[in-house]
Design a binder for this molecule. Sequence first.
Ligand code: WT7
Length: 655
Amino acid sequence: MTIDTKAQAVVYPPSPDFVAKAHINAERYEELYKASIADPEAFWGAEGKRIDWIKPYTKVKDVDFTLGQVSIKWFEDGTLNVAANCIDRHLETRGDQTAIIWEPDDPADEALHISYRELHRSVCKMANILQDMGVRKSDRVVIYLPMVPEAAYAMLACARIGAVHSVVFAGFSPDALGARVNGCDAKVVITSDFAPRGGRKTALKSNTDKALLHCKDSVKVLMVRRTGDQTTWIEGRDHDYNALFLEADDTQAPVEVGAEDPLFILYTSGSTGQPKGVVHTSGGYIVFAGMTHKYTFDYHDGDVFWCTADVGWVTGHSYIIYGPLANGATTLMFEGVPTFPDAGRFWAVCEKHKVNQFYTAPTAIRALMGQGKEWVEKYDLSDLKLLGTVGEPINPEAWNWYNEVVGKGTRPIVDTWWQTETGGHLLTPLPGATAAKPGSATKPFFGVEPVVLDPQSGEEIHETAAEGVLCIKSSWPAQMRTVWGDHERFEQTYFSDYKGYYFSGDGCRRDADGDYWITGRVDDVINVSGHRMGTAEVESALVAHETVAEAAVVGYPHDIKGQGIYCYVTLMNGVEPSDDLRKTLRNFVRQEIGPIASPDLIQWAPGLPKTRSGKIMRRILRKIAEDDYGALGDISTLADPSVVDDLIENRMNKS
Ligand code: WT7
């Protein structure tokens, strides 16, 4: 460890031991990175060969970031099958190797070790079941499952038959599920009876029934039995996976798809409106997911890799399923939560399955840090070689705890910055090459050209030390291609504010060493426990309640979640505010969106600060929620500046 005075940060260079064994060292990174930027065609033309193509590509990159004609294509004339790349091509060399280790919610239940051969068999069966239910190439399938092996089978079965999956996190409400089924016009929803998590059960089948009340009658359900508890059953619509599985043929010829055929849709929150369906295609995505998994985590054959995310998020797509399996890895899938049955669970699982790379979110680290290091010290973590984080900026305290208590000061930490839209890591240390700094996502991955723009002028800042908004100058293979059904929204969201660049929505600082530090979202998106939430979504849920006249939602600093959800609510005339009403509204939002959108603080606001043209001044609301109203800035443009005093007086977040 050294103190870098230029960057004012503590620097952790990779240890010589790690460097000696790593895929990429500092010289190699420099060399490859330069090559990747100087000649992307040649670089990606060669990297594309890390996967098997049915028909090899002759074109590598065809990209236009111009507003009005945004078009992104990689390897466009190649054909492949993503599932065959994740399974079939490994059968000869590693058919008996474990592909997936499944660790159930309850540690008393048995873990599963699913070999590549068994994975092949189950995925073929699931593919045949889906085909028998009428699913064909390019049809959409919604997957609403707990973290069970069948979630992996379902994703890969879709990929195998060329169908497009849209995984919906099992914590989402029936309304959110229904909107996603309709949003992509899905033919089938794959769900389970219940989802056990942290010792409790969510009724997924019953949620699905409720969701489908608002969907086409033709939508079919395939239900996996997880707990075996009683559920409702609609003859004709509902299909019993476990019964069909016994009968299904265990071979199935993978369908040939184009590199630019969609692989999946994943809904994510934006600054305005309802969540949008991010579309990822097949060829570029699988190349980039595999490559980033291998290099960022320095994955070597035989290692056990554990990403603690849920497959309902992009992290689960790229780093539980597609990246690891494309590399023939052993990937761990965990059904439970970090604190069940106790705060030692993560470390118990690491010990039990001899985990080599462990990848989690800062919010989980902070929560466990609060429980004390005894929980970590009870377990043998000697197999760990590397630690990773994702989802939000990590505060130095949490980084240090992760490093010292979990990593015993000897494991590299990779802080990976990326997004649902980017498909894979864009900024991250490479563990054998990059000196880590607590809180910095450090350097760009191969082929990625980050730029810092001045938010006012939109001009690129060329000095190394810079602060502004983070944009990416040219495409990488796993970039999202469009918003499902709304290409214009895609262009408007990502290519209109800063012409010619992909705009990430994040602010950042680049230090004198050229390392990037993400400072957080610059739009109306908040990051709650590493989950992205549009404040507009929470607002529209609140105003849907009969007692609410108006609502404004902002984020505020929260010790564990990173950001909490702070709601200013103006009630309808004559409605009395009360703690009971707070509870009612909180539950209402949970019902409308899901528990992850649960308001932390609700302040009754007789009026909201608005400009004379009626626009809510969120800057002011943010300051009050942060309990930092000393510097409110100019409030003279407000239609009624007096509302601000009341809001300050009654703020919920007094320190
Ligand atoms: C937003 C993307 C794909 C990762 C899971 C979340 C924030 C993500 C980091 C990081 C600082 C981070 C950004 C980004 N974010 N990783 N390492 N350091 N911030 O995916 O839901 O699409 O959210 O998460 O603000 O824009 P997502």
